[in-house]
Write a protein that binds this ligand. Sequence first.
Ligand SMILES: [Zn+2]
Length: 149
Amino acid sequence: MVADPFCSPDEISGTIFYSSRHMNLLYDIKPVVRGHVLFVTKRHVVGATELSEEEIYDMHKTLKFAVPRITRIYGDHEASYNLTVQVGRHSGRTVDHFHMHMIPRNGGDRFNRDENVYDAIKNNSTHFSIEDVRREVALLREEFGYKQG
Ligand SMILES: [Zn+2]
């Protein structure tokens, strides 16, 4: 994997399922739970404070559009989820390009037992295969009406 996959169209083409004006939505290649997705800026930005007002507005619009669709598929009846952004070497971030994790949560999931969601992200601790990831990408593309190319 290249150091910054989010600036490489070839790296993200297999997991993208929605694209707004300024954001790409990707399925995480190492999902910590089923339905773990990323909101990634199209522009190369590292920190949250570098986002422009227009990007913040677009991210909010994209959240309002996408989150209910994702929780409907993967969430529980309370539509529980975590949103998390890691910036900088000491935060546990793995890629220096702005991305927000959305992690659908369910009552019986691994993080309601003994694991910490941040450690799992940092360690790429997945219980899913690449075939599982491909299946979820196909499901989300169907849900979001995403056509490649
Ligand atoms: Zn980048």
